[in-house]
Every structure is written in structure tokens, then in C-alpha cells.
Ligand binder design. Structure first.
Ligand code: AR6
Length: 185
């Protein structure tokens, strides 16, 4: 399968998954995925770190989206790209993971956040994409399950992205992703 981008045909396939321990704001990739909230105007966790390191251009681009195409914000499970400001990356792909709930299975929304991020990466022509552990912080998703959904979803999603680089902020999160990657083959 092939996708047309910028006048040439990009080779589609499934991304190679790599795992790294570190800070996503320093990642030298085409696009960095942000675990944002629907408002898109910043927050704590990785969202706060990305806005702090990338500077005001990212917030300005998010405000512009709210003024134009996303007046009600970005729905859970969707993704949208902006400039990456001063980050080494070229784009930030903002996605909104679901808040974990015991009473309701929201796994499909978490899988959707990863799939939609890859779809937006294809739209902008990104070939290397860094992901954090979406929903596994403030949004409370149990770590092993968040890692399993992340790894299994990215592994089977057709995209022109060559590398999906998970950048995990602590040893605990890294180890959960390593276990998930090992058991999903
Ligand atoms: N690089 C990589 N990972 C990071 C970094 C970083 N610099 N900083 C934190 N993490 P969270 P969520 C990890 O809470 O659960 C925000 O306020 C963190 O350790 O950032 O999807 C948004 O505005 C954890 O493993 O995202 C939303 O309101 C992972 O990133 C809400 O939090 C995700 O944790 C979203 O919650």
C-alpha cells in the first residue's frame, strides 16, 4: 500500500518500535506526540514540559486551532499537529488519551489516540515519531495495560512512519513497555 504525500508515493508498512528512557522534549525526531487534554491550552506532565521547552509558538498555534477548526477542543482519541516551536522536532502532534475509569472500558479510545497520531504523522509527512506513555500519568491508566495497548496498537497500524520511538520518563514506565514489547512479539 502507498500514500501520496508531497508529490511522491510514501511506502506504507508498520512502524518499527524502539524504546528509550528519557525526556521527550529533547528527541531528535520529525514529530513528538503530546499527551494533551481536550482544551489544548497546556497542562502538567509531558504537556507542560513540551510547552515549556518548545516556547510560546506552540500555544499560539493551539489557540489558533481553538479559534478556527476546533472551537470545542480536541475530542478524546483524536490528534492534531502544530509547529514544534523551539523543540528539535518539526511538529508536535497533540493527542488526547482517555481518563482511566474502572466502571467503563475506554481501551478503544486509548488505541485510537495512537492510531490517529500516526495518521496525522502521515498527513504532515513525519517518518520518525516520538511517543510518551499516553494516559499513564495524570489520567491514571494502569501502567502495564497502557503499555500493552500502546505497543500492540502501534505495531499493527499501517503508516509511512518508519520509527515509533517510545520515550519513557521513568524506569518503571520503561520496564512496563519493555515487558509489553517482549510479550507482543
Ligand atoms: N518526557 C517523556 N515523558 C514524560 C515527560 C517528558 N518530559 N514528562 C512526563 N512524562 P501525563 P496523561 C510522562 O500525566 O496521563 C496533562 O496535564 C509521565 O511520567 O503527562 O495522558 C495534560 O494537559 C507519564 O508516564 O499525561 C492532561 O490534562 C506520561 O508522560 C493530562 O496531563 C504521561 O503522563 C494528560 O494525562
Amino acid at each position: 500500500m502507498a500514500g501520496r504525500r508531497g508529490g511522491y508515493l510514501a511506502r506504507m508498512g508498520t512502524p518499527e518500535i524502539t524504546l528509550h528512557r528519557g525526556d521527550i522534549t529533547t528527541a531528535e525526531v520529525d514529530a513528538v506526540v503530546n499527551a494533551a487534554n481536550s482544551g489544548l491550552l497546556g497542562g502538567g506532565g509531558v504537556d507542560g514540559a513540551i510547552h515549556r521547552a518548545g516556547g510560546p509558538e506552540i500555544l499560539e498555534a493551539c489557540r489558533e486551532l481553538r479559534r478556527t477548526t476546533l472551537p470545542d477542543g480536541l475530542p478524546t482519541g483524536q490528534a492534531v499537529a502544530t509547529t514544534a516551536g523551539r523543540l528539535p522536532a518539526r511538529w508536535v502532534i497533540h493527542t488526547v488519551g482517555p481518563v482511566y475509569a474502572k466502571s467503563e472500558d475506554r481501551s478503544e479510545l486509548l488505541a485510537s489516540a495512537y492510531r490517529e497520531s500516526l495518521r496525522v504523522a502521515d498527513e504532515v509527512g513525519a517518518r520518525t515519531v516520538a511517543f510518551p506513555a499516553v494516559s499513564a500519568g495524570v489520567y491514571g491508566w494502569p501502567l502495564d495495560d497502557a503499555a500493552r495497548i500502546a505497543v500492540t496498537t502501534v505495531r499493527i497500524t499501517e503508516s509511512a512512519v518508519r520509527e515509533a520511538r517510545f520515550i519513557l520518563f521513568s524506569d518503571q514506565v520503561f520496564d512496563a513497555f519493555a515487558r509489553a514489547a517482549a510479550s507482543s512479539g
